[in-house]
Design a protein around this ligand. Structure first.
Ligand code: ADP
Ligand code: MG
Ligand code: MG
Length: 248
């Protein structure tokens, strides 16, 4: 699904990623943890092709295709979903319009016809229910006045509408109360299948009580310095990160 080899990236002349390796197979859920400033969000931005993030060495492929050569939209068409890729408010555009356009763009890139309004609304309503968003949400402006919990539910909704192959979620649990955390976890679990993979950046072990990862990685100073199973997250919760540093 995703293969990252020796990835080096810089932001404003500062080296942030320093030889990152990560391999994600179809159906797997990988959690990425690590101290603040270790490069977790940078990894997401590099995968998204965000301007200002420069790859200086290494490779990243999605489904065998070189991601680093592609425009952000092409990456999305190939099946990459980054939960933080639409963080801005878009005045005058409703969530419904935005979602329909996003779904149609992906369908078009796959040679499919645009979704009918009836089918779209059916699906959108069902998903609203599933992620616990009021239907009035569909008429609201994109990201307009969203609370932290609504932003996460919105991300889930986008994910469920777009049916991506690889979902990358940054700060999956930040600012969420227990109910919202449960909704996010249920949503991710409902979307898990043998062909879809997840990379979840998370700060707390707690999320991993609800979403059971196949692998837990520790990112430190731009490199993955330790990989384990879900028990590693428990160990980190107990001991912090300091005991691992120097292990790189
Ligand atoms: P994390 O998500 O693990 O907390 P980040 O990837 O956000 O870490 O940041 C890694 C390092 O890169 C930090 O030192 C941060 O200050 C720096 N950095 C990230 N984005 C930028 C940017 N746009 N401009 C300057 N420095 C940045
Ligand atoms: Mg940070
Ligand atoms: Mg971050």
């Amino acid at each position: 699904m995703l293969k990252i080899d020796n990835l080096h990236a810089k932001v404003e002349d500062k080296d942030i990623l320093k030889g990152l390796n990560l391999s994600v197979k179809p159906g797997e859920v990988h959690a990425i943890m690590g101290p603040n400033g270790s490069g977790k969000s940078t990894l997401g931005h590099v995968l998204a092709g965000r301007p200002g993030y420069h790859v200086t060495a290494g490779t990243a492929t999605l489904l065998g295709q070189n991601l680093l050569d592609m425009e952000t939209e092409e990456r999305a068409h190939l099946g990459l979903f980054l939960a933080f890729q639409y963080p801005v408010e878009i005045p005058g555009v409703s969530n419904m319009e935005f979602l329909k356009a996003a779904v149609d763009t992906v369908r078009e890139s796959r040679g499919q016809e645009s979704i009918s309004s009836v089918d779209f609304m059916k699906k959108a309503r069902a998903i609203c229910k599933e992620v616990d968003l009021d239907l009035s949400f569909l008429k609201r402006g994109v990201n307009e006045g969203f609370s932290g919990g609504e932003k996460k539910r919105n991300e889930l909704m986008q994910m469920m509408m777009l049916e991506p192959k690889l979902c990358v979620m940054d700060e999956t649990d930040s600012g969420l109360d227990i109910d919202a955390l449960q909704v996010v976890a249920n949503g991710v679990n409902a979307m898990r299948n043998s062909e879809r993979s997840f990379v979840l950046v998370t700060h707390y072990q707690r999320l991993l009580d609800y979403i059971e990862p196949d692998f837990v990685h520790v990112l430190s100073e731009g490199r993955i310095i330790k990989t384990g199973d879900k028990s590693l997250a428990l160990e980190l919760e107990e001991k912090g990160y300091a005991w691992l540093e120097g292990a790189a």
